[in-house]
Structures are given as structure tokens and as C-alpha cells.
Ligand binder design. Structure first.
Ligand code: SAH
Ligand code: SF4
Ligand code: F3S
Length: 443
């Protein structure tokens, strides 16, 4: 990246999922001839907030942050503030009225127009571009990895989502599903390898529905793509997120099992353990089908870690439904879970069709039960690892002490161990001596 003294400074703050973090790197790349990235918001000429709409709380946080930026902007003459991401797409130009701090807003498929939006809003007042595209994948853009450890990077392989789970805004904020060409994906990973990276996470809202077909490569499924990435180097670790249970094929599970360097960790969001709730959620699988997939994974890879997403208190969820969710959690024995209270989002199918009828205190109570159970399951899973030795990719210094490093094993568990002479980016074998529900400690 150029760092000429006259270059203006760009500060990017990112909320939401990994896709948003990957997009912020694309944005930094689109603006790299005009701005260099700074970590100090106070010195920025341009502040970009890449937003998330997934739950109401996520949006409230952004509104609060925009208020803080308003006073900063008053003190900093000439500063511009732009809002990107899912909230831009969901609320569109209305945001320019309700949030006067904003100079422009750009939806997830409109980032190529940022230089224009920046210039036009400076000269002519607030601007927006929230056009969604059926083709945009930003595939020719080499992301500027401004905030990574030099070891592990995200690689976007698809955008959008066609699943329309009834509670979810993503199909509306990110538009239709589209896959990026294998050629540009493999090219990006090769470049990362040359730059010394040791791990890539292939990203999409639903990576296992990745699909590409052309005369040169024929038909490319996600399993084939992942194998092609894993074949680039045995020293490269390959991860992926997120998988929809409906698309986790035998071919994919077999591919993960076959490759040593594809991590034995699958994030497989279940959302609920009740068939009635899953149906209203439009998840297109039953509890039985889901458990069948889990059994297949464990049969081929007994050491594979599985994590999940769970929504507590969805429309019409009874106590019995909630109990079934707890049952599934115990049955799978998840290593980790992301757990949420249902938050009604305007415009989604569930907002139109079903009453948000579980009272908030009851949602909280169910969520707390789910969190407590997951705490137990994570602890049990970590205790099972005591005495085992894992290959760990060293990612950085431990936050607790400069004498310790941390890394993750194939199962995505964080392990902390004494620094010794080890370097970030090295693979080392660590014996696990102690644990909490969140972390393993080793030697
Ligand atoms: N594409 C991913 C999920 C992306 S959103 C997948 O399908 O697995 C991440 C998680 O947020 C979802 O899995 C779901 O558990 C949660 N979520 C989405 N919409 C929500 C809502 N309206 N209220 C509460 N949680 C929600
Ligand atoms: Fe949302 Fe469902 Fe798509 Fe995931 S698969 S992004 S939960 S609509
Ligand atoms: Fe949030 Fe958009 Fe990701 S709503 S979770 S940032 S796709």
C-alpha cells in the first residue's frame, strides 16, 4: 500500500459477520489510491461504518455510535462519514434523514461507486447507492488486509443468500446468491500463500451451496473447490463458514475427512430442536435429518468439532419446543454455540406471518438456560481434551501475558501456552494440561 504523506486517512469500523469484515477489506482496496487506513478515528478524513441488521440490538448499537461520531465530526473540519453494509440496504435513503451525520450510504453491492459517492457528497450534499446486483462478487479486487495477524485470512467465495429463513434479513440486505469463479478464488489463496499466510477461511452465508460451471473447470461444487484450495499446499489450513444443514452433502463430509489440512470443525447452525419451529423458520430440514448429518460427520470424523447457532423464543415457541432445543444440544454435544433471542425484523416472512408472542422475559429465561447448558457442554468437551496433544497454528500473543502465545487447533479451540522460542505463524504440537469452558491451556 502507498503511504505518501499527502494521502488522506480512512478509518473503517466493522460490525456483524465475517462477510462484513471481508467486505471492509474490499472497500479498503477500492479506496487504496485515495486513502490509507488508520487505526485512529480522530485522525481520519473519512470514517466508514460497515453495519449489521441481523437483530434490533445490532442496529441500536450503530445509532448510538453515529451520535458519538456527530460530535467528533463537529470538531474535525472536513471529515466525511459514510455508512455501509446491511443497515444501508435495509433502511436505504431514509437513514440520511434520520442520521444527519452521514454524508453518504452504500449498500453491500455498491462499493465500487464509493469514490463517486465520496466526491459527490462532498460537492453536492448527501448521496446514496443501495442497488443490489445479481452478479457483483468483487472477484477481481485483491482485498487490503489492514487488520490481520499475517497468519489467517478470509476469502469470500460467494455472496447473498436464497434461503429466506423466515426470521432473517440477509436475503434482503445481501440479495441473491452468486458464486465467485474458482480461478480468482485460487489466485487469491496463492497470493496469500506467497505473502506468508498459513490459514484461509472460505466465506459465504451458505458456502456449501457454492456452485460454478464453465467449459474450463466443468462443474465445481463446494467440496471440489475446497479440495482444490487444500491441494495448493499441505501447510495451508482450510476453514469455511457457514454451512446450511440442508446442503452438507456426503461428498463434502468425505472431502473434509480426506484432507489433513481441512480443519475438523463444522459450524452447522440448528436454530431450534423442534420440527414445528423449524418449519415456521423455513429451515427446510427436520431434527431427524439434522441429527443424521451430525451422525455422518461423527462417523467419518470422530474428532470433528461442531458448533451451532440457536434462536430462543421464536414465534409460537412453546416450552416443549424449547426443551427439544436443549435435547438436541445435549445429543450433539456442541463444542460451541452462538445464542440469540429472536428479534423481529421488519419485512421478513416471520414478521408478516407470525406473532412475536414469546414475552421478552421468557425469551431471556430460555436464552439463559441455553447459555448455561452450552457452558456445561463446552467444559465437558474441553475436559475430554486434557492430556491430548494438538497441532496448533500460532496466531498471536496471549492477551493475559506477554510470556504466553495463543493459537487454535484444527477443531477451532483456542489454546494458550508458554511462549518459549516460538513464532507467530509456526505450527507446533501442544499438550493440553488445563482448561476452562472457553480455553485450553497447554505446554
Ligand atoms: N447464513 C448463516 C447465518 C447468518 S446470521 C446461516 O444460515 O447459518 C447468523 C445467525 O443469526 C443465524 O444463524 C441466526 O441464529 C441468527 N439470527 C438471524 N436472524 C435473527 C433474528 N431475526 N433474531 C435472532 N437471531 C437471528
Ligand atoms: Fe439468513 Fe437463513 Fe440465509 Fe442464513 S441461510 S443468511 S439464516 S436466510
Ligand atoms: Fe449482519 Fe449483514 Fe452479516 S445483517 S450478520 S452483516 S450479512
Amino acid at each position: 500500500m502507498c503511504t505518501f504523506a499527502f494521502m488522506k486517512k480512512l478509518y473503517i469500523e466493522t460490525y456483524g459477520c465475517q462477510m462484513n469484515f471481508a467486505d471492509s477489506e474490499v472497500v479498503a482496496a477500492i479506496l487504496k489510491d485515495m486513502f490509507e487506513v488508520t487505526k485512529e478515528v480522530e485522525e481520519a478524513d473519512l470514517v466508514l461504518i460497515n453495519t449489521c441488521s441481523i437483530r434490533e440490538k445490532a442496529e441500536q448499537r450503530i445509532h448510538k455510535r453515529l451520535q458519538e461520531l456527530e460530535s467528533l465530526k463537529r470538531r474535525h473540519h472536513g471529515m466525511q462519514v459514510g455508512l455501509l453494509g446491511c443497515m444501508a440496504e435495509r433502511m436505504k435513503e431514509e437513514l440520511l434523514q434520520t442520521e444527519p451525520v452521514l454524508d453518504f450510504i452504500a449498500g453491500p453491492d455498491a462499493y465500487r461507486s464509493l469514490p463517486q459517492l465520496i466526491a459527490d457528497s462532498r460537492n453536492q450534499g448527501p448521496r446514496f447507492n443501495v442497488m443490489l446486483s445479481e452478479e457483483e462478487t468483487y472477484e477481481d479486487i485483491i482485498p487490503v488486509r489492514y487488520d490481520v495477524n499475517g497468519v489467517s485470512a478470509y476469502v469470500s467465495i460467494m455472496r447473498g443468500c436464497n434461503n429466506f429463513c423466515s426470521y432473517c434479513v440477509v436475503p434482503y440486505t445481501r440479495g441473491r446468491e452468486r458464486s465467485r469463479s474458482p480461478k480468482t478464488i485460487l489466485g487469491e489463496v496463492e497470493q496469500l500463500l506467497r505473502d506468508g499466510f498459513k490459514e484461509v477461511t472460505l466465506l459465504g452465508q451458505n458456502v456449501n451451496s457454492y456452485h460454478w460451471e464453465d467449459d474450463r473447470v466443468g462443474e465445481m461444487t463446494f467440496a471440489k473447490l475446497m479440495a482444490a484450495v487444500a491441494d495448493l499446499s499441505p501447510d495451508l489450513r482450510v476453514r469455511f463458514a457457514t454451512s446450511h444443514p440442508k446442503d452438507i452433502s456426503d461428498e463434502l463430509i468425505e472431502t473434509i475427512a480426506r484432507y489433513d489440512n481441512i480443519c475438523k470443525y463444522i459450524h452447522l447452525p440448528v436454530q431450534s430442536g423442534s420440527d414445528a419451529v423449524l418449519k415456521r423458520m423455513n429451515r427446510s430440514y427436520t431434527r431427524d435429518y439434522y441429527m443424521g448429518r451430525v451422525r455422518k460427520i461423527k462417523e467419518l470424523m470422530p474428532d470433528c468439532a461442531i458448533s451451532t447457532d440457536i434462536i430462543a423464543g421464536f414465534c409460537g415457541e412453546t416450552l416443549e419446543d424449547h426443551q427439544q432445543t436443549l435435547e438436541v444440544m445435549r445429543e450433539v454435544g456442541y463444542e460451541y454455540a452462538y445464542m440469540f433471542k429472536y428479534s423481529e425484523r421488519g419485512g421478513t416472512l416471520s414478521a408478516k406471518r407470525y406473532a412475536d408472542d414469546v414475552p421478552d422475559e421468557e425469551k431471556t429465561r430460555r436464552l439463559e438456560e441455553i447459555i448455561a447448558l452450552q457452558g456445561e457442554l463446552s467444559l465437558v468437551s474441553n475436559q475430554r481434551d486434557l492430556g491430548k496433544t494438538f497441532r496448533v497454528l500460532v496466531e498471536g500473543a496471549s492477551k493475559r501475558s506477554a510470556d504466553y502465545l495463543y493459537g487454535r487447533n484444527s477443531q477451532n479451540k483456542v489454546i494458550i501456552f508458554p511462549k518459549g522460542n516460538h513464532q507467530i505463524g509456526e505450527y507446533i504440537d501442544v499438550a493440553v494440561k488445563d482448561c476452562t469452558a472457553a480455553t485450553l491451556f497447554g505446554d
